[in-house]
Design a binder for this molecule. Sequence first.
Ligand SMILES: [Zn+2]
Length: 553
Amino acid sequence: MSYLTLYRKYRPKSFEEVSGQKVPITILKNAIKNDKISHAYLFAGPRGTGKTSIAKILSRTINCDQHGTEPCEKCPSCINSNSKECVDIIEIDAASNNGVDEIRELKSKINIVPSYLKYKVYIIDEVHMLSTGAFNALLKTLEEPPSHVIFILATTEVQKIPATILSRCQILEFKKIPNVDMKKRLTDICNFENIKIDEQAIDEIISLSDGCLRDALSLLEKAISFSDGDITEEDIRNMCGKIANKEIADFIDLVVNKKSDELIKKINELYYADYDMLYFAEDLINQLEYKIFEEKQNQNIFSNILSMFIDIYDKMKTTSVNKKIILEIELLKNIEQNDENISREIFLKQTFDKENNVIKNNDSQDENINTSKKTEEKIVNEPLKTLDYNDFKKVRMNNAFYEASKDILNELKNDWNKLKDNAFDKTNGSYICNLLDGLPVVANNDYIALAFPYESMANNINEEYITIEKILVQYLNQKKHVVAISNEEWKQYRSEYINKLNNGLKYEIINDTYINVEKNNNITEPKIKKDDSALGIEKKALELFDSDIIEIE
Ligand SMILES: [Zn+2]
């Protein structure tokens, strides 16, 4: 089967049949309808997007005796323009060696009236390939074309065309063909040709052809000869030297499960089977994007892996070292780092659980000042005293989200300006000024979270949280545990919160009294209340952020 068979066979015969290109087609049809055809057009856009097809349809429509916006296919002019005898529609391929000669010939014959049709149409493909001499010759004819001549120039590289030519043409921009139009065209052709092909295979062809219908059809042709039955997605991928999707999915599983040894083995296997490592990384990124969209409950895991692979891909692209080595090193490095983060989280969780147990034991006994004091002492002696501010933020943000209330938040927001009155206070003025850089974003009975433009501002507050808490009592009459974060961090916490709610998870108070080691600080103990119904909590979340949520989704 010859390479262009399908492409030639299914070349559109009318504007109606063209895939995509709605804008240039509408412009052309309106010009035809209003009898305002320009004498020189320049069709500019990527290859395989229908420039030449549309040029031919236009030539035949303006010559049709029916004067419609499509060629009628029946009148003597349409029959002539469709036949091999037609000499009035002239196609010149500027990329061929004859470019200059043909333009010279064009120049000498341009004044001769068309032999059969109303208009003589010159279609010059890849016009940017013309030599300077040929451009100059063309320019002369474009300056004052005879009324019976129409030029249609087509190019994939409009930036290479001299401004003097551009200024004499009406330029129509052609875009890559949208996937939905490609899909319709390919499906129609497969139906006409009785080709058995999976929908996923069609999607794969589309993704490989990047908006170029000609490439898509030639891939389809190859696939027909490649596969011995129904054409599947894997057929297409194998044919193009791409790793099967299943193998990519398996590889991602290995990354999720941190199977370093198996990952290295797999990379070597693929490398020695001659697969392109950069292609491979690209495929991983594509599939991860898809997974984030499809598997909402694991969104965080996949988005972390995705951003890791995007970094790795960038490094692979710019390296002069073997790409396989970069892939291996970066992958292992990242997996180990994540391991550290995870063991840190497990460590924190275990320690907090231990803390909660202590408190629970305490609760189960009669409320008694002495035992309570004992517990506090015990906690003070725990190594967690050295908790750093990131963990401080994590714990306190968690606690601020627990039973967060919009009413309390609004009250705080309204009161916030009151702080301004005390900005010049001798002892607390500088703290108050720092506080005024931020705004309350979440609050409940016991906690308030403040967001600041920069992380350094937030850290200043966290470092002095005991003083800040006293200031809130003194000036706003609000007794709350304070935590400060940056606006960036706030975005993250907020989407985590929404994710949790979407997945039916609830916040539980983590005891953080150990952070307040000050001896005489009488802290309101956060109490674990009975769970609301999931529905109630969801509703509360929506009430809590209202417009903010819309911004995220
Ligand atoms: Zn006609």
